[in-house]
Design a protein around this ligand. Structure first.
Ligand code: GLN
Length: 250
């Protein structure tokens, strides 16, 4: 099948090799006989809610976020419609913040958000930086760990009852105190973990691909044939060990 990815603002939100996430999706799709097509959707472009099986938004500094925030917020209705129709979303760091209700950045600048994720973000006075380990349960009964790297000044508060992507085992997460990291709404997930995220967490790449394939086919998420993930598992373990060894939080 063809999996259509809409990459939002690749020219603005692209720090920390977040593009590597797309490379992982493309390769893992190809190894299962699927084709991945990536279309850039940037400032001033129309976002057709039916045109993409997965939307990807990367991370960025406050300056880049402020440049695209009003344009992204104007695409909010289309993004919500796409997710309501079963499209998958992966939003990382700066993109994750702006898919919530808004972000007050370091300079006090108020950036509007999309409102897809039930959260708000305000810049704090200390940067939360380092390796992170999470425990996730995206499918009931199937617990997985997610390892990555965070670097953000924004503190994200989830609304009561909102579903985080995972619980923090080591690291800061959304705000350094709630123990929650990221957010999930249906097939949309947002997270502070980048670095990039998917090469060392192939199970999440496959979960996203399966959701995108379900959107493309109109059926259920398929069971994807396992791949040889020996190197990926090693990368995950190195990252997880670093997170454990990180000691205190601040
Ligand atoms: N500028 C945001 C913050 O510092 C997001 C950073 C990022 O995307 N790495 O909180």
């Amino acid at each position: 099948m063809k999996i259509r990815i809409g990459h939002l603002y690749p020219d603005y939100l692209n720090i920390y090799a977040d593009r590597g996430n797309i490379a992982v999706l493309a390769r893992r799709a190809r190894l299962r006989g699927h084709e991945l097509e990536v279309a850039a959707v940037s400032l001033g472009d129309e976002l057709d809610p039916a045109a993409h099986d997965l939307l990807y938004v990367g991370g960025g500094q406050d300056r880049e976020q402020a440049l695209i925030a009003p344009d992204l917020a104007a695409k909010g209705a289309a993004i919500e419609e796409a997710v309501a129709d079963g499209a998958a979303v992966l939003a990382v760091c700066g993109g994750y913040q702006l898919l919530g209700r808004g972000y007050r950045g370091l300079e006090g600048s108020d950036m509007p958000g999309v409102g897809l994720f039930p959260h708000e973000t305000v810049a704090g006075d200390r940067r939360m930086i380092g390796d992170v380990l999470l425990e996730c349960e995206l499918e009931p009964g199937s617990k997985r760990t997610l390892a990555g790297f965070e670097n953000h000044v924004g503190r994200t508060r989830l609304d009561p009852g909102a579903e985080p992507l995972g619980r923090v085992v080591a690291g800061f997460g959304n705000d350094g105190e709630s123990g929650a990291e990221g957010c999930r709404v249906g097939r949309a997930v947002g997270t502070y973990l980048h670095g990039p995220l998917l090469p060392r967490n192939p199970w999440l790449a496959d979960w996203l691909l399966a959701q995108a394939l379900a959107h493309a086919s109109g059926g259920d998420p398929p069971e994807l044939e396992p791949l040889d993930d020996v190197l990926e598992a090693r990368a995950h373990n190195v990252s997880a060990r670093r997170a454990h060894g990180r000691g205190g939080r601040f």
